[in-house]
Design a protein around this ligand. Structure first.
Ligand SMILES: [Zn+2]
Length: 255
């Protein structure tokens, strides 16, 4: 009986909207929200969230980075390369067992291979995917292009169509590419001082609720490791919680 009443009220409500045009615009806009955003995403809308992302690892710094993250109970996303050194195998395993997200970057990270052609890009990417899946059981659809989706090759006549083709095909094949919203500048050079990295992050967070921070996991970039505790402490003090990137994360794309 209750169900019948509910049905009647819902049908009657629709008639009222059709007959009197009650705020149809609002009804439509409201109706779009649940389809486009999962409840989880919606609940995160007003939170301050920081996504720490580390590119190019594993490296000889990975374990130290993981220990720092553990110390602060923070989870991060690692956009990894293909590294088959024995130490690297342990790093991939530790990333997983300590609850971090592993996403795709590039097997070789060699621009002359990765960006030679659209086909070459996917060969390199598939090589990384195969290694991760076979060795570690990891399957990810999240990709960060070496240099980002708006890298210097995108502004050169010869390579622009290749990058555009890659972005198009990533979409068609069901990948999600993710850039960043804050460049910590640690990747500019190993001589970038620890304080500059911290300051770049602090400035980048100004008035930003969701921040996706680009950091590097590279042997020579020891200053990233040195800066990391201060970066995390700053973000916590500013009220950010930390999350990893997956398919439900709002896309952060330059294009
Ligand atoms: Zn990279």
């Amino acid at each position: 009986m209750k169900n019948m009443l509910k049905l009647f009220l819902s049908v009657a409500g629709s008639f009222i909207i059709i007959l009197f045009g009650v705020d149809v615009q609002n009804v439509q806009v409201h109706a779009m929200v649940p389809e486009e955003m999962t409840p989880l995403l919606k609940s995160k809308e007003n939170q301050k969230i920081a996504y720490l992302t580390f590119d190019d690892g594993p490296s000889l710094n990975t374990m130290e980075i993981l220990d720092i993250l553990d110390r602060y109970h923070v989870k991060a996303t690692f956009f990894v390369k293909g590294n088959e050194e024995p130490y690297a195998k342990e790093c991939y395993q530790e990333m997983i067992s300590r609850g971090h997200a592993i996403a795709l970057h590039s097997y070789t990270h060699d621009y002359s291979i990765v960006y030679r052609s659209t086909e070459s890009f996917f060969q390199d990417l598939n090589r990384l995917e195969t290694m991760l899946q076979k060795e570690y059981g990891i399957k990810s659809r999240i990709v960060r292009l070496p240099g980002g989706s708006n890298n210097r090759l995108r502004h050169q006549a010869a390579t622009k169509p290749i990058i555009n083709g890659i972005l198009q095909q990533l979409k068609e094949k069901g990948y999600i590419y993710i850039d960043w919203s804050i460049d910590s500048t640690d990747g500019f050079s190993p001589s970038i001082r620890e304080q500059q990295i911290i300051t770049a992050v602090q400035k980048g967070t100004k008035n930003q609720k969701h921040v996706n921070i680009l950091l590097h996991d590279i042997n020579s970039m020891k200053n990233t490791v040195e800066a990391l505790p201060d970066i995390i402490e700053f973000l916590k003090k500013e009220g950010y919680t930390f999350d990893t990137i997956d398919e439900t994360t709002p896309k952060m794309q330059f294009n």
